[in-house]
Write a protein that binds this ligand. Structure first.
Ligand code: KIV
Ligand code: ZN
Length: 535
Protein backbone atom coordinates (compact mmCIF):
# COMPACT_ATOMS: atom_id res chain seq x y z
CA UNK A 1 0.00 0.00 0.00
CA UNK A 2 1.70 3.23 -1.02
CA UNK A 3 2.04 5.94 1.56
CA UNK A 4 3.40 9.44 1.57
CA UNK A 5 7.02 8.26 1.72
CA UNK A 6 6.57 6.60 -1.66
CA UNK A 7 5.08 9.60 -3.34
CA UNK A 8 7.33 11.40 -5.74
CA UNK A 9 6.52 14.95 -6.81
CA UNK A 10 3.98 14.96 -9.62
CA UNK A 11 3.65 17.60 -12.27
CA UNK A 12 0.31 19.43 -12.64
CA UNK A 13 -0.24 17.50 -15.87
CA UNK A 14 0.20 14.16 -14.08
CA UNK A 15 -2.13 15.28 -11.30
CA UNK A 16 -4.83 15.98 -13.89
CA UNK A 17 -4.38 12.54 -15.41
CA UNK A 18 -4.82 10.75 -12.07
CA UNK A 19 -7.61 13.14 -11.11
CA UNK A 20 -5.94 14.68 -8.04
CA UNK A 21 -8.10 17.52 -6.66
CA UNK A 22 -7.04 20.51 -4.56
CA UNK A 23 -9.25 20.81 -1.51
CA UNK A 24 -9.49 24.34 -0.11
CA UNK A 25 -8.93 24.67 3.62
CA UNK A 26 -11.18 27.21 5.35
CA UNK A 27 -9.95 27.75 8.87
CA UNK A 28 -12.47 28.91 11.43
CA UNK A 29 -10.28 28.70 14.55
CA UNK A 30 -10.66 32.44 15.03
CA UNK A 31 -14.46 32.37 14.71
CA UNK A 32 -16.10 29.03 15.53
CA UNK A 33 -13.03 27.97 17.54
CA UNK A 34 -13.00 31.16 19.53
CA UNK A 35 -16.67 30.60 20.41
CA UNK A 36 -15.71 27.61 22.56
CA UNK A 37 -15.44 28.11 26.32
CA UNK A 38 -12.02 29.30 27.51
CA UNK A 39 -10.81 30.01 23.98
CA UNK A 40 -11.31 33.76 23.75
CA UNK A 41 -8.30 35.65 22.44
CA UNK A 42 -7.34 39.30 22.31
CA UNK A 43 -6.56 41.17 19.10
CA UNK A 44 -2.84 40.72 19.47
CA UNK A 45 -3.16 36.96 19.93
CA UNK A 46 -5.57 36.66 17.01
CA UNK A 47 -3.16 38.51 14.75
CA UNK A 48 -0.31 36.22 15.74
CA UNK A 49 -2.44 33.16 15.07
CA UNK A 50 -3.66 34.58 11.76
CA UNK A 51 -0.03 35.06 10.67
CA UNK A 52 0.68 31.44 11.52
CA UNK A 53 -2.42 30.33 9.58
CA UNK A 54 -1.06 32.25 6.62
CA UNK A 55 2.33 30.54 7.00
CA UNK A 56 0.46 27.25 7.14
CA UNK A 57 -1.05 28.11 3.76
CA UNK A 58 -4.74 28.02 4.63
CA UNK A 59 -6.86 29.23 1.73
CA UNK A 60 -9.46 31.09 3.81
CA UNK A 61 -9.22 32.50 7.32
CA UNK A 62 -12.57 33.17 8.95
CA UNK A 63 -11.39 35.97 11.21
CA UNK A 64 -14.54 36.48 13.24
CA UNK A 65 -18.15 37.63 13.31
CA UNK A 66 -17.76 41.36 12.75
CA UNK A 67 -21.13 42.50 14.09
CA UNK A 68 -20.98 40.46 17.30
CA UNK A 69 -18.84 42.99 19.25
CA UNK A 70 -16.48 45.91 18.78
CA UNK A 71 -13.59 43.61 19.69
CA UNK A 72 -14.59 41.12 17.00
CA UNK A 73 -14.94 43.88 14.42
CA UNK A 74 -11.48 45.23 15.24
CA UNK A 75 -9.97 41.74 15.04
CA UNK A 76 -11.51 40.99 11.66
CA UNK A 77 -10.37 44.35 10.33
CA UNK A 78 -6.87 44.00 11.81
CA UNK A 79 -6.48 40.53 10.30
CA UNK A 80 -7.88 41.73 6.97
CA UNK A 81 -5.19 44.42 6.92
CA UNK A 82 -2.35 42.13 7.96
CA UNK A 83 -2.98 39.00 5.90
CA UNK A 84 -1.97 39.11 2.24
CA UNK A 85 -2.00 35.55 0.93
CA UNK A 86 -5.12 33.96 2.42
CA UNK A 87 -8.69 35.09 1.81
CA UNK A 88 -10.12 36.77 4.92
CA UNK A 89 -13.79 36.17 5.70
CA UNK A 90 -16.24 37.56 8.22
CA UNK A 91 -19.37 35.75 9.25
CA UNK A 92 -22.70 37.59 8.90
CA UNK A 93 -26.29 36.56 9.47
CA UNK A 94 -28.53 37.04 6.45
CA UNK A 95 -29.42 40.61 7.39
CA UNK A 96 -28.43 44.03 6.05
CA UNK A 97 -26.77 45.21 9.28
CA UNK A 98 -24.64 42.08 9.58
CA UNK A 99 -23.55 42.15 5.95
CA UNK A 100 -22.75 45.88 6.03
CA UNK A 101 -20.62 45.40 9.14
CA UNK A 102 -18.88 42.32 7.71
CA UNK A 103 -17.98 44.26 4.58
CA UNK A 104 -16.76 47.24 6.60
CA UNK A 105 -14.37 44.84 8.36
CA UNK A 106 -13.09 42.77 5.42
CA UNK A 107 -13.12 45.37 2.62
CA UNK A 108 -9.47 46.26 3.39
CA UNK A 109 -8.32 42.67 2.75
CA UNK A 110 -6.31 41.71 -0.31
CA UNK A 111 -8.84 38.88 -0.79
CA UNK A 112 -12.07 39.60 1.08
CA UNK A 113 -15.01 37.23 1.52
CA UNK A 114 -18.44 37.72 3.08
CA UNK A 115 -19.84 34.56 4.65
CA UNK A 116 -23.55 34.82 5.22
CA UNK A 117 -25.80 32.17 6.73
CA UNK A 118 -29.36 31.32 7.69
CA UNK A 119 -30.85 28.21 9.28
CA UNK A 120 -32.76 25.83 7.01
CA UNK A 121 -33.92 22.92 9.18
CA UNK A 122 -37.62 22.71 10.12
CA UNK A 123 -36.79 22.98 13.84
CA UNK A 124 -34.58 26.07 13.43
CA UNK A 125 -36.93 27.80 10.97
CA UNK A 126 -39.91 27.25 13.27
CA UNK A 127 -38.47 27.88 16.74
CA UNK A 128 -35.45 30.11 16.16
CA UNK A 129 -36.39 32.17 13.12
CA UNK A 130 -40.16 31.89 13.21
CA UNK A 131 -40.14 31.92 9.42
CA UNK A 132 -41.69 29.80 6.69
CA UNK A 133 -39.28 28.09 4.24
CA UNK A 134 -40.15 30.50 1.40
CA UNK A 135 -39.36 33.45 3.70
CA UNK A 136 -36.01 31.90 4.59
CA UNK A 137 -35.26 31.54 0.90
CA UNK A 138 -36.21 35.15 0.18
CA UNK A 139 -34.03 36.38 3.03
CA UNK A 140 -31.10 34.23 1.88
CA UNK A 141 -31.34 35.49 -1.71
CA UNK A 142 -31.58 39.13 -0.58
CA UNK A 143 -28.55 38.65 1.71
CA UNK A 144 -26.44 37.08 -1.01
CA UNK A 145 -27.42 39.83 -3.50
CA UNK A 146 -26.43 42.52 -1.01
CA UNK A 147 -23.14 40.77 -0.18
CA UNK A 148 -22.44 40.37 -3.89
CA UNK A 149 -22.98 44.09 -4.46
CA UNK A 150 -19.95 44.64 -2.20
CA UNK A 151 -17.78 41.62 -2.75
CA UNK A 152 -17.11 39.15 -5.56
CA UNK A 153 -16.40 36.29 -3.14
CA UNK A 154 -19.60 35.34 -1.28
CA UNK A 155 -20.16 32.19 0.76
CA UNK A 156 -23.62 31.07 1.75
CA UNK A 157 -24.19 28.57 4.58
CA UNK A 158 -27.38 26.66 5.33
CA UNK A 159 -27.17 26.30 9.09
CA UNK A 160 -28.24 22.89 10.40
CA UNK A 161 -28.22 21.61 6.82
CA UNK A 162 -27.97 17.94 7.78
CA UNK A 163 -31.36 18.13 9.52
CA UNK A 164 -32.90 20.04 6.61
CA UNK A 165 -34.92 18.62 3.72
CA UNK A 166 -32.52 18.00 0.80
CA UNK A 167 -35.23 19.03 -1.70
CA UNK A 168 -35.57 22.41 0.02
CA UNK A 169 -31.79 22.86 0.18
CA UNK A 170 -31.40 22.06 -3.53
CA UNK A 171 -33.98 24.67 -4.45
CA UNK A 172 -32.51 27.25 -2.06
CA UNK A 173 -28.96 26.68 -3.33
CA UNK A 174 -30.10 27.05 -6.93
CA UNK A 175 -31.54 30.46 -5.97
CA UNK A 176 -28.57 31.75 -3.96
CA UNK A 177 -26.11 30.62 -6.64
CA UNK A 178 -28.16 32.60 -9.15
CA UNK A 179 -27.94 35.56 -6.76
CA UNK A 180 -24.13 35.36 -6.82
CA UNK A 181 -22.91 32.92 -4.14
CA UNK A 182 -19.55 31.42 -5.13
CA UNK A 183 -19.27 28.91 -2.27
CA UNK A 184 -22.13 26.89 -0.83
CA UNK A 185 -21.55 25.47 2.61
CA UNK A 186 -23.61 22.50 3.83
CA UNK A 187 -22.82 22.21 7.55
CA UNK A 188 -23.45 19.46 10.05
CA UNK A 189 -24.08 22.11 12.69
CA UNK A 190 -25.05 19.76 15.50
CA UNK A 191 -22.63 16.94 14.68
CA UNK A 192 -25.51 14.56 13.93
CA UNK A 193 -24.74 12.88 10.65
CA UNK A 194 -22.59 9.80 9.91
CA UNK A 195 -20.21 9.39 6.94
CA UNK A 196 -22.29 7.18 4.62
CA UNK A 197 -25.42 9.20 5.27
CA UNK A 198 -23.64 12.53 4.68
CA UNK A 199 -22.16 11.22 1.44
CA UNK A 200 -25.59 10.15 0.17
CA UNK A 201 -27.17 13.43 1.36
CA UNK A 202 -24.61 15.56 -0.51
CA UNK A 203 -24.91 13.44 -3.65
CA UNK A 204 -28.67 13.83 -3.56
CA UNK A 205 -28.39 17.62 -3.29
CA UNK A 206 -25.86 17.73 -6.14
CA UNK A 207 -28.19 15.68 -8.28
CA UNK A 208 -31.08 18.05 -7.65
CA UNK A 209 -29.03 21.25 -7.90
CA UNK A 210 -26.81 21.11 -11.01
CA UNK A 211 -25.63 24.69 -10.34
CA UNK A 212 -23.73 23.35 -7.32
CA UNK A 213 -21.16 21.82 -9.66
CA UNK A 214 -20.28 25.31 -10.97
CA UNK A 215 -19.39 26.72 -7.53
CA UNK A 216 -17.38 25.37 -4.60
CA UNK A 217 -19.28 22.94 -2.41
CA UNK A 218 -18.09 23.26 1.19
CA UNK A 219 -18.72 21.35 4.41
CA UNK A 220 -18.42 22.32 8.06
CA UNK A 221 -18.69 19.47 10.55
CA UNK A 222 -19.06 19.54 14.31
CA UNK A 223 -17.74 16.73 16.46
CA UNK A 224 -20.61 15.91 18.83
CA UNK A 225 -20.48 12.22 17.96
CA UNK A 226 -16.75 12.21 17.27
CA UNK A 227 -17.24 11.97 13.51
CA UNK A 228 -16.40 15.46 12.28
CA UNK A 229 -13.22 14.39 10.46
CA UNK A 230 -14.75 11.19 9.06
CA UNK A 231 -17.76 13.15 7.84
CA UNK A 232 -15.55 15.80 6.21
CA UNK A 233 -13.59 13.08 4.40
CA UNK A 234 -16.81 11.44 3.23
CA UNK A 235 -17.87 14.85 1.91
CA UNK A 236 -14.66 15.08 -0.12
CA UNK A 237 -15.61 11.79 -1.73
CA UNK A 238 -19.00 13.34 -2.50
CA UNK A 239 -17.34 16.26 -4.28
CA UNK A 240 -16.74 18.86 -1.55
CA UNK A 241 -14.03 21.28 -2.64
CA UNK A 242 -13.71 23.19 0.63
CA UNK A 243 -13.43 21.91 4.17
CA UNK A 244 -14.12 24.14 7.16
CA UNK A 245 -12.10 23.15 10.19
CA UNK A 246 -10.06 24.38 13.15
CA UNK A 247 -6.60 23.84 14.58
CA UNK A 248 -6.65 21.14 17.29
CA UNK A 249 -10.37 20.69 16.51
CA UNK A 250 -11.44 23.46 18.90
CA UNK A 251 -14.95 24.86 18.52
CA UNK A 252 -18.48 25.00 19.89
CA UNK A 253 -19.33 22.10 22.27
CA UNK A 254 -17.27 19.06 21.18
CA UNK A 255 -15.48 21.17 18.60
CA UNK A 256 -15.08 21.28 14.82
CA UNK A 257 -13.26 18.95 12.45
CA UNK A 258 -9.53 19.07 13.24
CA UNK A 259 -7.61 20.59 10.36
CA UNK A 260 -4.40 18.65 10.98
CA UNK A 261 -6.25 15.32 10.83
CA UNK A 262 -8.00 16.11 7.56
CA UNK A 263 -4.87 17.47 5.92
CA UNK A 264 -2.70 14.53 6.97
CA UNK A 265 -5.38 12.00 6.04
CA UNK A 266 -5.46 13.44 2.53
CA UNK A 267 -1.68 13.56 2.31
CA UNK A 268 -1.03 10.12 3.75
CA UNK A 269 -3.88 8.43 1.88
CA UNK A 270 -3.59 10.25 -1.41
CA UNK A 271 -3.93 6.87 -3.07
CA UNK A 272 -7.45 6.63 -1.62
CA UNK A 273 -8.72 10.22 -1.79
CA UNK A 274 -6.81 11.45 -4.83
CA UNK A 275 -6.99 14.88 -3.32
CA UNK A 276 -4.57 17.19 -1.56
CA UNK A 277 -4.46 20.64 0.04
CA UNK A 278 -2.24 23.71 -0.16
CA UNK A 279 -1.21 23.28 3.47
CA UNK A 280 2.48 23.41 4.35
CA UNK A 281 2.24 20.47 6.71
CA UNK A 282 5.57 21.15 8.43
CA UNK A 283 3.90 24.19 10.03
CA UNK A 284 1.17 22.09 11.68
CA UNK A 285 2.92 21.39 14.98
CA UNK A 286 3.82 25.03 15.48
CA UNK A 287 0.24 26.17 14.77
CA UNK A 288 -1.05 23.63 17.28
CA UNK A 289 1.44 24.74 19.96
CA UNK A 290 0.77 28.43 19.36
CA UNK A 291 -2.97 27.92 19.80
CA UNK A 292 -2.40 25.97 23.03
CA UNK A 293 -0.10 28.70 24.31
CA UNK A 294 -2.65 31.40 23.57
CA UNK A 295 -5.70 29.63 24.96
CA UNK A 296 -4.00 27.59 27.67
CA UNK A 297 -5.87 24.53 26.38
CA UNK A 298 -3.53 21.62 25.84
CA UNK A 299 -4.24 18.86 23.37
CA UNK A 300 -4.78 15.38 24.78
CA UNK A 301 -1.54 13.33 24.60
CA UNK A 302 -3.05 10.68 22.32
CA UNK A 303 -4.63 13.18 19.91
CA UNK A 304 -3.91 12.22 16.29
CA UNK A 305 -1.13 14.17 14.55
CA UNK A 306 -0.40 16.79 17.26
CA UNK A 307 -0.70 14.85 20.53
CA UNK A 308 2.49 14.38 22.52
CA UNK A 309 2.31 10.60 22.02
CA UNK A 310 1.24 10.64 18.37
CA UNK A 311 4.67 9.53 17.17
CA UNK A 312 5.94 7.70 20.26
CA UNK A 313 6.58 3.98 20.27
CA UNK A 314 6.53 2.58 23.78
CA UNK A 315 6.16 -1.15 23.38
CA UNK A 316 9.30 -3.21 22.82
CA UNK A 317 7.88 -4.93 19.76
CA UNK A 318 7.04 -1.60 18.13
CA UNK A 319 10.42 -0.08 19.02
CA UNK A 320 12.20 -3.07 17.58
CA UNK A 321 10.23 -2.80 14.35
CA UNK A 322 10.71 0.96 14.03
CA UNK A 323 14.45 0.66 14.60
CA UNK A 324 14.72 -1.86 11.77
CA UNK A 325 12.45 0.04 9.41
CA UNK A 326 10.40 3.10 10.40
CA UNK A 327 7.55 2.14 8.11
CA UNK A 328 6.71 -0.94 10.20
CA UNK A 329 4.65 1.24 12.55
CA UNK A 330 4.92 4.75 11.12
CA UNK A 331 2.53 5.79 8.34
CA UNK A 332 3.83 9.37 8.25
CA UNK A 333 6.93 11.00 9.65
CA UNK A 334 7.00 13.38 12.64
CA UNK A 335 9.08 15.73 10.45
CA UNK A 336 6.24 15.97 7.94
CA UNK A 337 4.07 17.73 10.55
CA UNK A 338 6.93 19.87 11.85
CA UNK A 339 7.95 17.77 14.81
CA UNK A 340 11.70 17.86 14.43
CA UNK A 341 14.32 16.42 16.69
CA UNK A 342 15.00 19.10 19.26
CA UNK A 343 18.56 20.21 18.65
CA UNK A 344 20.62 21.80 21.36
CA UNK A 345 21.02 25.12 19.65
CA UNK A 346 22.46 27.98 21.58
CA UNK A 347 24.26 28.56 24.83
CA UNK A 348 25.38 31.42 27.00
CA UNK A 349 28.25 32.26 24.66
CA UNK A 350 26.01 32.62 21.63
CA UNK A 351 25.98 36.12 20.24
CA UNK A 352 23.22 38.29 18.84
CA UNK A 353 23.98 37.25 15.28
CA UNK A 354 23.46 33.54 16.04
CA UNK A 355 20.32 34.40 17.98
CA UNK A 356 18.91 36.50 15.12
CA UNK A 357 19.61 33.66 12.68
CA UNK A 358 17.80 31.19 14.95
CA UNK A 359 14.81 33.54 15.27
CA UNK A 360 14.56 33.69 11.48
CA UNK A 361 14.96 29.93 11.16
CA UNK A 362 12.06 29.43 13.56
CA UNK A 363 9.91 31.63 11.31
CA UNK A 364 9.52 34.69 13.54
CA UNK A 365 9.62 38.21 12.16
CA UNK A 366 10.45 40.68 14.89
CA UNK A 367 11.10 44.37 15.12
CA UNK A 368 14.63 45.37 16.23
CA UNK A 369 13.19 46.39 19.58
CA UNK A 370 11.42 43.04 20.14
CA UNK A 371 14.53 41.18 19.04
CA UNK A 372 16.63 43.15 21.52
CA UNK A 373 14.14 42.30 24.27
CA UNK A 374 14.16 38.61 23.27
CA UNK A 375 17.96 38.54 23.24
CA UNK A 376 18.17 40.07 26.73
CA UNK A 377 15.72 37.47 28.04
CA UNK A 378 17.58 34.71 26.23
CA UNK A 379 20.82 35.76 27.94
CA UNK A 380 19.15 35.60 31.37
CA UNK A 381 17.93 32.07 30.64
CA UNK A 382 21.27 31.03 29.13
CA UNK A 383 23.02 32.06 32.32
CA UNK A 384 20.89 29.63 34.31
CA UNK A 385 20.32 26.83 31.84
CA UNK A 386 23.15 24.81 30.31
CA UNK A 387 21.48 23.64 27.15
CA UNK A 388 18.97 25.67 25.21
CA UNK A 389 16.72 23.89 22.74
CA UNK A 390 14.57 25.08 19.86
CA UNK A 391 11.49 24.59 22.02
CA UNK A 392 12.92 26.89 24.73
CA UNK A 393 13.56 29.62 22.18
CA UNK A 394 10.16 29.12 20.59
CA UNK A 395 8.45 29.41 23.99
CA UNK A 396 10.34 32.65 24.64
CA UNK A 397 9.64 34.12 21.20
CA UNK A 398 5.96 33.29 21.16
CA UNK A 399 5.59 34.95 24.55
CA UNK A 400 7.33 38.10 23.32
CA UNK A 401 5.35 38.13 20.08
CA UNK A 402 2.13 38.00 22.12
CA UNK A 403 3.20 40.79 24.46
CA UNK A 404 0.86 43.69 25.20
CA UNK A 405 1.73 46.99 26.93
CA UNK A 406 2.78 46.45 30.54
CA UNK A 407 0.86 48.50 33.08
CA UNK A 408 2.64 46.61 35.86
CA UNK A 409 6.24 45.48 35.87
CA UNK A 410 8.00 43.30 38.41
CA UNK A 411 10.70 45.12 40.34
CA UNK A 412 11.60 42.44 42.90
CA UNK A 413 10.10 39.82 45.16
CA UNK A 414 11.16 37.98 48.33
CA UNK A 415 9.46 34.78 49.39
CA UNK A 416 9.69 33.18 52.80
CA UNK A 417 8.42 29.64 52.82
CA UNK A 418 8.99 26.25 54.45
CA UNK A 419 7.16 23.20 55.77
CA UNK A 420 6.74 24.64 59.27
CA UNK A 421 5.93 28.31 58.56
CA UNK A 422 3.19 30.19 56.75
CA UNK A 423 4.47 31.32 53.37
CA UNK A 424 4.82 35.08 52.99
CA UNK A 425 5.69 37.18 49.98
CA UNK A 426 6.95 40.74 49.64
CA UNK A 427 6.38 41.96 46.09
CA UNK A 428 7.46 45.30 44.65
CA UNK A 429 6.10 46.32 41.26
CA UNK A 430 6.18 49.40 39.08
CA UNK A 431 2.92 50.86 37.87
CA UNK A 432 3.53 53.33 35.07
CA UNK A 433 6.95 53.99 36.61
CA UNK A 434 5.71 54.33 40.25
CA UNK A 435 6.89 51.70 42.78
CA UNK A 436 4.29 49.91 44.93
CA UNK A 437 5.16 47.27 47.52
CA UNK A 438 2.88 44.87 49.38
CA UNK A 439 3.21 41.91 51.74
CA UNK A 440 0.86 38.94 51.94
CA UNK A 441 0.74 35.44 53.32
CA UNK A 442 -0.87 32.44 51.65
CA UNK A 443 -1.11 28.69 51.20
CA UNK A 444 2.37 28.25 49.81
CA UNK A 445 4.78 30.62 48.08
CA UNK A 446 2.85 31.02 44.83
CA UNK A 447 -0.43 31.77 46.60
CA UNK A 448 1.32 34.32 48.87
CA UNK A 449 2.87 36.05 45.85
CA UNK A 450 -0.46 36.14 43.97
CA UNK A 451 -2.16 37.69 47.01
CA UNK A 452 0.53 40.37 47.30
CA UNK A 453 0.06 41.23 43.60
CA UNK A 454 -3.70 41.39 44.10
CA UNK A 455 -3.15 43.93 46.87
CA UNK A 456 -0.91 45.99 44.60
CA UNK A 457 -3.42 46.16 41.77
CA UNK A 458 -6.25 46.83 44.23
CA UNK A 459 -8.76 44.69 42.36
CA UNK A 460 -10.52 41.53 43.47
CA UNK A 461 -9.64 39.19 40.61
CA UNK A 462 -10.61 35.54 40.62
CA UNK A 463 -7.94 32.92 39.99
CA UNK A 464 -9.61 30.36 37.69
CA UNK A 465 -6.71 28.13 36.83
CA UNK A 466 -3.00 27.75 37.41
CA UNK A 467 -0.75 25.25 35.66
CA UNK A 468 2.95 24.69 35.56
CA UNK A 469 4.90 22.49 33.18
CA UNK A 470 8.41 22.25 31.83
CA UNK A 471 9.24 23.20 28.26
CA UNK A 472 11.95 20.54 27.91
CA UNK A 473 13.33 17.82 30.17
CA UNK A 474 16.03 18.03 32.86
CA UNK A 475 16.56 19.63 36.27
CA UNK A 476 17.29 23.05 34.76
CA UNK A 477 14.35 22.97 32.32
CA UNK A 478 12.39 26.16 31.72
CA UNK A 479 9.18 26.29 33.76
CA UNK A 480 6.18 27.43 31.71
CA UNK A 481 3.40 28.73 33.96
CA UNK A 482 -0.15 29.48 32.82
CA UNK A 483 -2.55 31.53 34.92
CA UNK A 484 -6.21 32.20 34.13
CA UNK A 485 -8.00 34.98 35.97
CA UNK A 486 -11.39 36.61 35.61
CA UNK A 487 -12.60 40.07 36.48
CA UNK A 488 -15.99 41.66 35.82
CA UNK A 489 -16.97 39.08 33.18
CA UNK A 490 -13.64 39.15 31.31
CA UNK A 491 -11.27 36.17 31.20
CA UNK A 492 -7.52 36.67 30.90
CA UNK A 493 -4.75 34.19 30.37
CA UNK A 494 -1.15 34.91 31.31
CA UNK A 495 2.04 32.97 30.68
CA UNK A 496 5.42 33.17 32.37
CA UNK A 497 8.72 31.50 31.62
CA UNK A 498 11.69 31.04 33.89
CA UNK A 499 14.06 28.38 35.16
CA UNK A 500 12.64 29.33 38.59
CA UNK A 501 9.08 28.03 38.90
CA UNK A 502 7.99 30.72 41.38
CA UNK A 503 9.26 33.45 39.11
CA UNK A 504 7.53 31.80 36.13
CA UNK A 505 4.26 31.73 38.14
CA UNK A 506 4.55 35.37 39.21
CA UNK A 507 5.35 36.44 35.64
CA UNK A 508 2.31 34.54 34.38
CA UNK A 509 0.07 36.24 36.94
CA UNK A 510 1.42 39.69 36.04
CA UNK A 511 1.01 38.91 32.34
CA UNK A 512 -2.67 38.07 32.93
CA UNK A 513 -3.14 41.24 35.01
CA UNK A 514 -1.55 43.36 32.26
CA UNK A 515 -3.89 41.86 29.67
CA UNK A 516 -6.80 42.69 31.95
CA UNK A 517 -5.55 46.28 32.42
CA UNK A 518 -5.05 46.65 28.67
CA UNK A 519 -8.61 45.56 27.98
CA UNK A 520 -10.05 47.74 30.75
CA UNK A 521 -8.22 50.76 29.30
CA UNK A 522 -9.51 49.94 25.81
CA UNK A 523 -13.08 49.67 27.12
CA UNK A 524 -12.66 52.98 28.92
CA UNK A 525 -11.45 54.64 25.71
CA UNK A 526 -14.37 53.19 23.74
CA UNK A 527 -16.84 54.37 26.38
CA UNK A 528 -15.29 57.87 26.31
CA UNK A 529 -15.44 58.08 22.54
CA UNK A 530 -19.06 56.86 22.58
CA UNK A 531 -19.96 59.64 25.04
CA UNK A 532 -17.95 62.16 23.00
CA UNK A 533 -19.70 60.99 19.82
CA UNK A 534 -23.10 61.41 21.44
CA UNK A 535 -22.50 65.04 22.34
O1 KIV B 1 -21.99 25.21 12.64
C1 KIV B 1 -22.47 25.99 11.80
O2 KIV B 1 -23.45 25.71 11.12
C2 KIV B 1 -21.82 27.27 11.62
C3 KIV B 1 -22.29 28.11 10.49
C4 KIV B 1 -22.45 29.53 10.89
C5 KIV B 1 -21.41 27.93 9.31
O3 KIV B 1 -20.88 27.59 12.32
ZN1 ZN C 1 -20.01 25.76 13.34
Amino acid sequence: MPNQRDQTKKTDEEKKVIGERKILIFDTTLRDGEQSPGCSMNLHEKLELARQLERLGVDVIEAGFAISSIGDFQSVRGIAEAVKESTVASLARATKDDIDRAWEAVSVAARPRIHTFIATSPIHMKYKLNLMPHQVQEQAVAAVKLAKSYCEDVEFSAEDATRSRPEFLAQLFEAVIKAGATTINIPDTVGYTVPEEYYAFLMKIRERCPALDKVVMSVHCHNDLGMAVANSLAAIKAGAGQIECTINGIGERAGNAAMEEIVMALKTRKDHFQADTNIETTEIARASRLLSQITGIKVQPNKAIVGENAFMHESGIHQHGVLKNKETYEIMTPESVGLVVDNMVLGKHSGKHAFRTKVKELGYQMSDEALEDAFTKFKVIADKKKQIYDRDIEALLSKIALQIPKTYQMERYVINSGNSITATAVVKMLKDGRAIEEVASGDGPVDAAFRAIEKIIGKKVKLDDYQLESVTEGGDALGDATVKISYEGGNYLGRGLSTDVIEASINAYINAVNKMMFELKQLEKEAESAVGGGN
